[in-house]
Design a protein around this ligand. Structure first.
Ligand SMILES: [Cu+2]
Length: 323
């Protein structure tokens, strides 16, 4: 696993709104399909399923199962809102330990002391048996995001699965307090139905919890001579482009492919830590990576942008205020 480094956003907010370059978007047919997909998600939300859109085989048997074309996979892990036409999409996930017929079952959630922990869990299907068939999305069958409830200590991990469906990964629960773990995956049922979902559980680390306040909103984060910034302003209930660019010495740094795309963005809502997992467009846009993001509500969010420059993966973190 590449070396990782997190940075805190402390730079005051700057102006700058990027316009939707809808003409440059790929695939109108895909956009229509995505619209149906997002519509389905909203219906699912109304009836109480936070996420858990079930992709029937008739929609596309390959959705979410491709390794080489990440942004063409609306079924991939979590929430997606790539197209402005799919404007009503503002779903969240990660709030429930069980949803869409799948249940996250951690082996342990209480830890006696801070430090590295061996996390172990299974994902059970509706039949109560551990799921062993997962679609590879962004090069991995399952993505595990771990963060303390005050949004510090962010980690984006990739557990490995044993034949019986048991996932294990080393996580650094470095400080006492309540942590949140999100399993972001696309499960494949025996009939071939794919379900993209993010399930979440709390983890407790005993000790003296010293919660950190959320840093002020910012559009740029600098570390190691690199400045990662974004343009775009999220709108409630409507997908907006968010273009992330990394600068080095005033020039645009070359973003390298990392897990099947040029960057990954995880967005968590303050207060309930709802998980808004967006994914990028496959091609670079003016040297940056463009995500589509629909804000589910007003409030503050923390955005975690994973990117690779010079062979090293870093995470830029930003506080975002949505009005
Ligand atoms: Cu991942």
């Amino acid at each position: 696993m590449p070396e990782r480094q997190s940075t805190q956003a402390e730079v005051p907010e700057q102006a700058g709104v990027v316009r939707a370059q809808s003409a440059a978007r790929t695939g109108d047919a895909a956009g229509t399909k995505l619209g149906m997909f997002v519509g389905g998600l909203i219906v699912a939300l109304v009836v109480g399923f936070t996420l858990g859109k079930v992709l029937g085989p008739a929609e596309s048997p390959t959705q979410g199962a491709t390794t080489g074309a990440p942004a063409a996979s609306p079924g991939m892990g979590g929430v997606h809102a790539h197209a402005p036409q799919a404007s009503a999409g503002s779903e969240v996930g990660g709030l429930a330990v069980s949803s869409g017929g799948y249940t996250l079952a951690p082996a342990a959630t209480v830890f006696a002391a801070p430090g590295p922990q061996h996390l172990k869990f299974v994902v059970n299907g509706a039949d109560g048996k551990a799921v062993t068939d997962f679609a590879v999305v962004h090069d991995k069958p399952l993505h595990l995001v771990v963060v303390r409830r005050d949004m510090t200590g962010y980690q984006h991990l990739h557990p490995t699965m044993a034949a019986d469906g048991t996932w294990t990964v080393q996580a650094d629960l470095a400080t006492p307090g309540l942590w949140r773990a999100y399993a972001d995956f696309t499960a494949i049922s025996a009939g071939g139905t794919q379900t993209a979902i993010a399930l979440g559980t709390d983890l407790t680390v005993a000790g003296d919890y010293r919660p950190q306040p959320l840093p002020a909103a910012a559009r740029e984060v600098s570390a190691d001579g690199l400045t990662a910034g974004y343009e775009g302003t999220p709108v409630i209930g409507a997908s907006q482009p968010m273009l992330f660019t990394v600068k080095q010495g005033g020039a645009t740094a070359a973003l390298e492919p990392y897990l099947g795309s040029f960057g990954h963005l995880v967005v968590l809502r303050e207060l309930d830590l709802a998980y808004v997992h967006v994914h990028p467009e496959p091609a670079l846009v003016n040297g940056g990576v463009k995500f589509w993001l629909a804000a589910p509500s007003p409030g503050r969010y923390r955005m975690f942008f994973d990117y690779s420059v010079g062979g090293k993966v870093r995470t830029a973190q930003y506080t975002l205020e949505v009005k």
